[in-house]
Design a protein around this ligand. Structure first.
Ligand SMILES: CC(C)(COP(=O)(O)OP(=O)(O)OC[C@H]1O[C@@H](n2cnc3c(N)ncnc32)[C@H](O)[C@@H]1OP(=O)(O)O)[C@@H](O)C(=O)NCCC(=O)NCCS
Length: 129
């Protein structure tokens, strides 16, 4: 799965995908949905509920399988997962340079929100190291 994320450009030097997966495995409020073909991982989406909103991360479809509806299908499953847990709204972040993803989400009915995302590291980041 991490290989898929790397192929799709979703990992950055300041991300630790192994740690992200470890945290999900002990969480009751988040999961990673995986799409497979012949036991090969070809799609993924991380979905979680923070008690107020649902959040989506790590949506990825193997490049050789793009535009076949897999991304839409993964998002539909993630939305079902959240709906079953009572989340009234789902949100996600798209890196500014990722215009393709923004167009994809737009096709699925996602709208740009009039908010600024703020962040702060609570543990030392790899980038800072
Ligand atoms: C974004 C991504 C998941 C889309 O997956 P996909 O399987 O190719 O998308 P789908 O085939 O399900 O497309 C669903 C809809 O989005 C549209 N769409 C997909 N990619 C698009 C693009 N680059 N530009 C515009 N529309 C796009 C499709 O036309 C389709 O619309 P339709 O159903 O009305 O015809 C895939 O391109 C990917 O893995 N990208 C790299 C990782 C990434 O950027 N993830 C998002 C991080 S925020």
């Amino acid at each position: 799965m991490i290989a898929l994320w790397e192929t799709c450009g979703l990992t950055k030097p300041w991300n630790d995908p192994d740690a992200d997966i470890d945290r999900i495995q002990v969480s009751r409020d988040a999961t990673i949905l995986i799409g497979t073909v012949d036991d090969a991982v070809v799609a993924s989406v991380m979905v979680g509920h923070d008690g107020h909103r649902g959040w989506i991360y790590y949506l990825a479809v193997s490049p050789d399988r793009h535009t076949r509806g897999h991304g839409r299908e993964m998002m539909a499953e993630a939305e079902l997962w959240l709906t079953a847990r009572g989340a009234p709204k789902v949100q996600l972040m798209v890196r500014q340079e990722n215009e393709d993803a923004a167009d994809f989400y737009s096709a699925l009915g996602y709208e740009r929100q009039d908010v600024t995302v703020l962040g702060k590291w609570l543990t030392p980041s790899t980038e800072a190291d």
